[in-house]
Design a protein around this ligand. Structure first.
Ligand SMILES: Nc1nc2c(ncn2[C@@H]2O[C@H](COP(=O)(O)OP(=O)(O)O)[C@@H](O)[C@H]2O)c(=O)[nH]1
Ligand SMILES: [Mg+2]
Length: 330
């Protein structure tokens, strides 16, 4: 069904683009015709008139066809629509939370980040995944009260998967995933967790101007790139009524909350070890039928040196292209 939606949607988008092209041509030709009205010879004038008529056809017929298709899509989607709102309320009032933090040579930040997350309500354990750090990441994390687990397979995704697996061995009913680089705030857990009452996973989005530090790595390049990829995921899992089964604006935000039971359902299907893990986890979740929403969270300046997309524009482009390919082929 997803494929059908996608095809129909792509046809509708193509029609709309053709319409824009037609409208543009119409505009150009009308201007041209007016401008040249007194100068041109008759044959040229009649040719222009013919073109203007063709353009009028484009302008009138395509929007009507486009709107008709979209109405049909929404109608069809409405008929397929089942009530999504079901209460998934957590059984316990104060559910136990396990926090997973990724870390790769993050000695400058990891201590403070662990202290920040560990001091939040209901946090039973903070697990730091040390991905072959050569600095004092491990000792700083332990010093601040975290449990450190090692992942020898290099890569951001490998680190995330290892941490999520470890979290499943605890008694927690909620798992929070975040980075140990100081960009995320423990207090944002309070923004994510309430939505787990009605969903299985809550993904952070770092796109709100009011919540993102100007000194953070998110300049226009990252924001627009993320937005583009996020909309692509949305289109891939299209739903005409809500414009996608999940509304997304960010595909690179590590911070997210997931119910342990839902995590158990997807853990063996998480296979991406690289930096394109974030959209991978979202798509695996959607495919497995997890309900999810995106919620705005804060994003601060990174402490220490970025080894991922935040390193430079070239690295960001490479990560973006990997994400693009993965989204298209998943
Ligand atoms: N780049 C990278 N990051 C890793 C790796 N293993 C774990 N990480 C952690 O994954 C997170 C993302 O990396 P980071 O350097 O912050 O990239 P950025 O968020 O794109 O700037 C950080 O918490 C890293 O410490 C790895 O092999 N490569
Ligand atoms: Mg980071």
């Amino acid at each position: 069904m997803g494929k059908l939606y996608l095809s129909v949607f792509l046809v509708a988008v193509s029609i709309f683009l053709l319409y824009l092209l037609g409208a543009f041509a119409f505009l150009l030709l009308s201007l041209d015709a007016t401008f040249n009205a007194n100068l041109v010879q008759e044959p040229l004038e009649s040719m222009l008139n013919g073109l203007v008529n063709t353009a009028t056809f484009f302008v009138l017929v395509f929007p009507v066809a486009g709107v008709a298709i979209l109405i049909g899509l929404v109608f069809f989607s409405n008929r397929q629509y089942e009530d999504q709102l079901e209460s998934l309320q957590l059984t316990k009032l104060n559910p136990e939370v396990c926090v997973v933090l990724t870390a790769y040579d993050d000695e400058l930040s990891i201590g403070d980040v662990v202290s920040d997350f560990i001091s939040q309500d209901n946090v039973a354990q903070v697990i730091v995944v040390d991905n072959n750090s050569t600095d004092a990441t491990e000792s700083k994390a332990i010093g601040a009260g975290a449990t450190v687990t090692k992942e020898s397979k290099q890569g951001y995704g490998n680190a995330c998967i290892k941490g999520l697996r470890e979290a499943l061995r605890t008694n927690a009913s909620i798992v929070i995933l975040a980075e140990g680089d100081g960009t995320f705030s423990g207090s944002d857990m309070r923004k994510l967790i309430p939505y787990l009452d009605n969903t299985h996973m809550v993904i952070g989005t770092r796109t709100m101007k009011e919540l993102v530090s100007k000194k953070s790595q998110l300049d226009w390049f990252y924001l627009w790139g993320n937005l583009f990829l996020a909309k692509l995921v949305q289109i891939k899992f299209f739903d005409a009524r809500h414009f996608g089964r999940v509304r997304l604006t960010d595909v690179g935000c590590t911070m997210r909350a997931i119910r342990t039971a839902a995590l158990r359902k997807i853990i063996d299907k998480l296979t991406v070890g690289g930096h394109h893990f974030s959209p991978h986890m979202i798509m695996v979740g959607i495919k497995q039928g997890l309900k999810m929403v995106e919620v705005p969270i804060t994003f601060k300046q990174r402490i220490g040196i970025s080894k991922g997309a935040g390193k430079d524009k070239w690295t960001a482009t490479k990560v973006g292209l990997k994400m693009l390919w993965h989204i298209l082929t998943y």
